[in-house]
Design a binder for this molecule. Structure first.
Ligand SMILES: [Zn+2]
Ligand SMILES: [Zn+2]
Ligand SMILES: [Zn+2]
Length: 329
């Protein structure tokens, strides 16, 4: 069985950053380093009736699940593919009388998967759900309050005949979702439509000047023969040439911000101080600041430099994206 490219990466201890991912072979810009299906994923509350719950594509006419009347699918293929993950959810929604919010639905999907497969190391996974990071201990008062509300709502929704989990483990799962939840987009890549957990992907550390980017591939269920169907997945793609032994990094935040803003956002959302080369030396900040308004007119030279710099950056990303689409079967 293929491990989706997982043999070409390795988990290691990155100095000062905890766990990280390292390349085991050479990659060129645009290469898929690995592909990973979601451990669990849900459509956002506001879009549950316009986005397929299996492939996260936006479609004009979706089929509704006749049982819970909550889940929607492109067609029978997507509906069949969803059943393993939807079965418990479907009957729980019927019993509860309504669908809970996206956070609760995602936690419940994770728990049902643990009930089916255990929480140990699954096939093709570099780390187990137990071992994923959460920042619950660093939560402030407001976040603790939200966490308690989530746990309460979860317990109300969670059926008594399903496996029962301790409060600490349930909190761990919500903590994992809040720091590792990855936003998914529809097939045009323009709108965030859902959130999923990808245990391998979240081993990659942040760098403000990353050598990788993440592409969401909605997969394809439209091929006539089902053997050509592909599953929705994320793809970690190289942005630059990567040598064996190099750490693989992605940007958790918009890297067209100045370093101070990036560092604030990283601290607030991910609880760490970025010590990458760009933050330490504040590289490119003069360029980024020139983009901000109300700070006097930048020289023509600076403007040119900023434009070139932004263009190079965006080109790198869109090149990887284009190839992502190109490889879509
Ligand atoms: Zn679909
Ligand atoms: Zn249903
Ligand atoms: Zn940085």
């Amino acid at each position: 069985m293929t491990r989706g490219g997982m043999e070409s990466v390795e988990v290691f201890t990155s100095e000062g950053k905890g766990r990280g991912l390292k390349a085991q072979k050479e990659f060129l810009p645009g290469d898929v380093i690995f592909a990973e299906p979601a451990y669990a994923a849900v459509v956002f509350d506001s879009l549950t009736h316009v986005i397929c719950h299996t492939c996260f594509k936006r479609q004009d006419r979706l089929h509704r699940c006749g049982q819970c009347k909550f889940a929607y699918y492109c067609d029978r293929t997507c509906q069949r593919a969803a059943w393993l993950n939807h079965k418990n959810e479907c009957s729980a929604i019927k019993k509860y009388g309504k669908a809970p919010t996206e956070n609760i639905r995602l936690a419940a999907r994770i728990m049902w998967k643990i009930e089916r497969e255990g929480s140990g190391l699954a096939e093709g996974c570099l780390v187990s759900i137990d071992d994923l990071q959460n920042h619950v201990d660093s939560f402030g008062e407001e976040e603790k309050k939200e966490l308690r509300a989530d746990v309460e709502n979860f317990l109300e929704f969670w059926p008594s005949q399903s496996q029962q989990f301790g409060l600490q483990f349930i909190s761990h799962i919500f903590g994992v979702i809040s720091c590792n939840g990855f936003t998914l987009s529809d097939q045009r890549g323009l709108q965030a439509v859902g959130v999923g957990v990808f245990p391998n992907l979240c081993q990659a550390n942040h760098d403000c000047w990353p050598n990788c980017t993440v592409i969401f591939n909605n997969g394809n269920h439209e091929a006539v023969r089902s053997m050509f169907h592909t599953q929705m997945r994320i793809e970690l793609r190289a942005l630059s040439k990567i040598s064996p032994g190099d750490e693989l990094t992605v940007s958790y935040v918009d890297f067209l911000n100045v370093s101070e803003e990036r560092r604030k956002q990283l601290k607030k959302q991910y609880y760490f101080d970025c010590t990458c080369e760009h933050c330490k030396k504040q590289i490119k900040d003069d360029l980024m600041l020139a983009l901000k308004e109300g700070e006097g007119k930048p020289s023509a030279e600076t403007v040119k430099e900023v434009i070139q710099f932004s263009k190079d950056t965006l080109e790198k990303i869109s090149k990887a994206r284009m190839e992502g689409l190109y490889h879509e079967v």
